[in-house]
Ligand binder design. Structure first.
Ligand SMILES: C[S@@+](CC[C@H](N)C(=O)[O-])C[C@H]1O[C@@H](n2cnc3c(N)ncnc32)[C@H](O)[C@@H]1O
Length: 354
């Protein structure tokens, strides 16, 4: 999915560099997991994976991709769907049956339609154009159906998060935004006016008891014990919640108080100290000092707010430090003026071994 700092396209490169530096083990902690791209990669390698993120939308992805090892069979739901609809004989996998059903339920006017589509916000000076009217109604219908099934006991916990993860992954493809949700386009992006079709996610069983958290990861440092501790914090002042407020609201579906042109939800306790140079360095040191690991890897970016010399000098207090870096294409969004001029950027890996 489109997410600032998503390592999907460079995780293999990161892995090869770590391998070349003999950064290997049995356990891997993805401390700022976001889309789970890195956690997923290490899970597929057979590592026992721990992951955490402050955002609930990330937690839903972690539950579905990282903690869950089963192909969902929707034991209780499939008989219910069979009772009320004719199942397409070509659909073999239970998840395909559930997704097909969700793609055909009637529209619902709910929180997303009412607040993030032009039809639902026509009274505003600037009606919001995050989703087309039709897709706002689709998202509300699907999200409410998932919640209703869960409340009525038709879903296992893993199945609930799998369906939420499918929806979270899907909405990215239909949102009328340039990468982040801090603003919407004034004209429709062609992809935003296609009818939303829920897509399924992929599963992988690594035969390990993986553990996921929805925490300020700093609260976990006393309890962490891992071979590789992978840190991929925000690298600039831009907090994640305002950039992904709408995905967070779809994940939580908690009717939050919202305000402003963009209909932003409150931060709650989701401000990251890594979005400020001083507190970032202070908290990075806390992690380096207190967590138990064999190797700590900080993924950072050549334009990050913590200066390179200060990172190296601080980390060197706790072991030997090596810096590796490589060039890659910059994340493009409407908030990022630099993306028009400077197309490349360096990914930096600070490798601390004790
Ligand atoms: C650069 S992104 C991580 C991207 C991730 N590696 C990926 O491939 O998608 C940084 C993440 O850190 C999370 N975050 C920031 N501060 C945090 C904190 N104190 N505890 C937990 N998560 C935090 C943000 O919500 C965001 O998802």
């Amino acid at each position: 999915m489109r997410y600032i700092g998503n390592k999907e396209n460079i995780v293999e490169k990161i892995y090869i560099i770590l391998l070349d530096n003999n950064i290997i083990g049995n356990t891997f902690f993805d401390f700022f997991s976001g889309t789970t791209s890195v956690a997923r990669f290490y899970k597929a390698l057979g590592y026992k994976v721990f992951s955490s993120d402050i955002m609930y939308m990330s937690y839903c992805l972690q539950k579905a991709y990282i903690e869950n090892n089963d192909i969902p069979i929707f034991n209780k739901l499939i008989p219910l769907i069979k009772q009320i609809t004719n199942i397409d004989k070509l659909l073999i996998e239970p998840i395909d049956i559930v997704i097909n059903y969700l793609n055909n339920i009637p529209d619902v006017k709910g929180f997303i339609y009412n607040n993030y589509t032009p039809g639902g916000t026509k009274e505003l000076d600037r009606p919001r154009m995050y989703f087309s009217n039709e897709n706002g109604l689709r998202i509300d219908a699907i999200r409410q159906q998932i919640e209703d099934w869960n409340n009525k006991g038709f879903l296992l916990e893993s199945e609930y998060y799998i369906l939420l993860a499918c929806l979270i992954e899907t909405v990215s493809f239909y949102a009328n935004v340039a990468g982040v949700y801090a603003a919407f386009h004034k004209k429709w992006d062609p992809r935003a006016i296609k009818r939303l079709e829920l897509r399924k996610i992929k599963f992988h069983d690594n035969k390990q008891k993986n553990v996921v958290y929805n925490e300020n990861s700093l609260d976990l440092i006393d309890s962490i014990e891992t071979d590789i501790l992978y840190l991929d914090p925000p690298y600039n002042e831009r907090q994640y919640l305002p950039n992904y407020h709408l995905i967070e609201t779809i994940a939580k579906y908690d009717n939050p108080l919202i305000k402003g042109v963009t209909g932003m939800r409150e931060y709650g306790n989701k401000k990251s100290t890594f979005c400020n140079a001083k507190t970032a360095l202070r908290d990075l040191e806390l992690v380096a000092q207190k967590a138990k690991y064999k190797h700590l890897v900080l993924s950072y970016n050549s334009e990050g707010i913590m200066p390179q010399e200060e990172i190296i000098s601080m980390l060197s207090k706790y072991g030997s430090v090596k810096l590796e870096q490589f060039q890659y294409a910059r994340f493009k969004s409407n908030n990022n003026g630099l993306s028009k001029t400077k197309k490349h950027i360096y990914e930096q890996l600070y490798i601390l071994s004790i």
